[in-house]
Write a protein that binds this ligand. Sequence first.
Ligand code: MG
Length: 233
Amino acid sequence: MAKEYQHLFFDLDHTLWDFEKNSKQALLELYDSYAWESILNLPVDEFLQSYYQKNEEMWALYRANKIDKATLRHRRFAETFAIYNYQHDDKVANFEKDYIHLAPQKTALFPGCMAMLQSLYANFSMHIITNGFEETQHIKLAKSGLSPFFDKIITSDKIGVNKPEAKIFVEAMRQAGADRKNSLMIGDSLLADIIGARNVGIDQVFFNPHSNQHQEKVSFEIKALDELPGLLL
Ligand SMILES: [Mg+2]
């Protein structure tokens, strides 16, 4: 690699921390402990399918600034249960609260994550730039054993804007004492991570585990995290 990178900025969800696996694990456990299968007469797989669809809809509204995070959190569950004519607000609210509490405690990481971080740790300053709540993201990092690897943890919650807005990258570099030339952003989202970083002049590594087709010009692309040391060392 021609450039001398010193600062690696990683996205967290869907890049290091396996959001889908962890979220599903939490939902499966809670679906069971709330006995929804018998209450709703609904197999968990069907529930999950409806929930994921509703969750996507709500995130789309959130990204378009049409609803806030609290509304997103409430409506994705309330409206999923409403599909099955279940409108017991208190119980749904408790389920949602338990999910928000439990999911970040889950510890599944993408394959090769730990080994990759261990091999890069001595040579780079590593940081996180994540769209998420301050408290939630810190719990994920601590529980999954990621915290010790990272110097600065930058959350959109604290900065007040989400990736891909320039401000969050600029603020991350400022806190890290980095500049755009010696920085590299690694993430799974073309819009938030890759285009966001590119717009402020930071090189990018697109983590694309499912080999999704795209037309964006990216500095580097990897399919698995264990390719990263080979690129950088
Ligand atoms: Mg991500």
